[in-house]
Design a protein around this ligand. Structure first.
Ligand code: SF4
Length: 215
């Protein structure tokens, strides 16, 4: 707190507003169009984002980098890939010659690219019909860590499978199963996924001990 102003919350609000402006807009009702970022992250999270969304708290300007580059359109337009009657839409951060670039915020101890970034980049290589791509992580101390990747068909087939699963579940209005991972700790739906279960268990226990039911 400095004077009357809480500068931390002003900066957080600014980051969240810019982030909202930069995020890929999804028409929730159009379930025949699935966006690539929806299937590289937890499907349950993507389902909630469409059906009953809750805003996310962004951690820093690093997280805005990819959106800023997409907005400036460094050689990349949103592209479609048809999977029968479903359209998979993807967009790379940068396209130079035949190379696809993704930029992400990262930490200095990163030894391998994150799995969902690899899945995203690999799918983009199929969508844009390119064979090579690079993920560049920008760390908080402004260092770059890069990983180059060649395209892999099996990995893309897994993305196609996930597109179909999400499309089916949206059609049937069925919530996808939990996909517990390190993503959960930063997910806005953590309480919805885990805390209710904990409460349910507590009430089960209360019932078992004879406190929960009357009569
Ligand atoms: S908390 Fe985990 S399982 Fe639940 S929606 Fe988020 S990422 Fe998915």
């Amino acid at each position: 707190m400095m004077g009357d102003r809480d500068f931390r919350s002003i900066v957080e609000n600014a980051i969240n507003s810019i982030g909202k402006e930069l995020e890929i807009k999804i028409d929730s009702a159009d379930i025949q169009t699935i966006h690539l970022h929806e299937v590289v992250q937890c499907l349950r999270r993507s389902y909630y984002d469409r059906i009953d969304p809750q805003g996310i708290q962004r951690k820093g300007f690093n997280e805005l980098l990819s959106g800023l580059l997409r907005k400036l359109q460094y050689g990349s337009d949103l592209k479609d890939f048809d999977i029968e009657d479903i359209k998979l839409k993807g967009q790379v951060d940068m396209l130079i010659d035949d190379f696809i670039f993704l930029f992400r915020g990262g930490t200095t101890d990163l030894e391998n690219p994150l799995a969902n970034d690899v899945l995203y980049l690999n799918a983009c290589m199929w969508i844009y019909d390119k064979s090579d791509g690079i993920i560049i992580y920008i760390t908080e101390d402004r260092k770059e860590i890069s990983f180059s990747i060649s395209r892999n068909k099996k990995m893309f087939e897994e993305i196609i499978r996930r597109v179909r699963v999400l499309n089916d579940l949206l059609k049937e209005q069925k919530t996808p199963i939990l996909e517990p991972s390190s993503e959960c700790s930063n997910c806005q739906y953590y309480e919805r996924c885990f805390m209710k279960k904990k409460n349910a268990k507590q009430s089960d226990l209360a019932e078992m001990l004879g406190f929960g039911k009357k009569g």
